[in-house]
Design a binder for this molecule. Structure first.
Ligand SMILES: [Zn+2]
Length: 241
């Protein structure tokens, strides 16, 4: 199977697979990771066959060959090992391009687990949210450089409960250190100040050490928006899967 992957992480397979190229380029890193894990399991004999599909393309594979179908028509057969290699290469190039904060958060999906190393002591944790943003200051524990992080309503933060479902973090550790709270009477979800817990992955501006910030932001009382940063942790992003 002939293919090219450019430095932006866009794959072009040989011409007859042009629709498949488009579909592969639509997959996120985490979706590609799921495909590669599945394919690896088939190659290792954990199960005999599997498939993935998107729109009109279906890719069926066993440990020998990959059959690519467009609607119900077979458009090609390839060796599973070669197909696996191409997807793996695509993921690696995409991962190298992870620079923006959005992409940084994608990293979570491509590692086995997230280890909490240290808790950063913050001077201030409670903020009235009257302005377009709240800025958090902290010194990197590794290089001591000062970092400023903006929290912007509806822009910063991802849902902590989704992260819990992924099973890659030690929730007990966060509960024990009062970084997240769980109160069945108020909500079935993890909360901070009665508001849903959000998280954001951060990277030190100067040494790229990784941190994870936990916070809540929203209307605490009518007309009063608050932001509470309940924890900032230096983390280690486990092994790549
Ligand atoms: Zn640093």
């Amino acid at each position: 199977m002939n293919y090219k992957i450019n430095k932006e992480g866009i794959i072009s397979l040989e011409h007859r697979y042009w629709i498949l190229s488009g579909e592969l380029n639509d997959f996120s890193i985490s979706e590609l990771d799921t495909i590669i894990k599945d394919m690896n399991n088939v190659l290792e004999g954990k199960y005999s066959s599997s498939s993935f599909s998107k729109n009109i393309i279906t890719v069926n594979f066993d440990n020998q060959k990959v059959i690519i179908e467009d609607l119900d028509k077979v458009i090609g057969e390839e060796k599973t090992t070669l197909f696996f290699k191409a997807i793996k290469e695509l993921i690696n190039i995409k991962r190298k391009n992870l620079t923006s904060l959005d992409n940084l958060n994608e990293l979570i999906f491509s590692v086995t687990n997230i280890n909490f190393l240290d808790i950063v002591i913050l001077k201030e944790k409670h903020f009235e949210y009257n302005h377009p943003k709240v800025t958090i200051h902290f010194n990197c524990l590794k290089c001591c450089c000062n970092n400023n992080v903006d929290i912007i309503n509806y822009q910063t933060g991802r849902n902590f409960n989704d992260l819990v479902e992924l099973g890659k973090i030690d929730v007990e550790y966060l509960l024990k250190n009062d970084i997240v709270r769980y109160d069945k009477a108020i909500s079935k979800y993890y909360i901070i100040q009665k508001l849903p817990t959000l998280y954001e992955l951060l990277s030190c501006d100067s040494c790229q050490e990784k941190y994870m910030m936990f916070f809540s932001l929203g209307e605490y009382q009518p007309g009063r928006d608050i932001c509470e940063v309940s924890g900032l942790l230096r983390i280690d992003l486990g092994k790549e899967v």
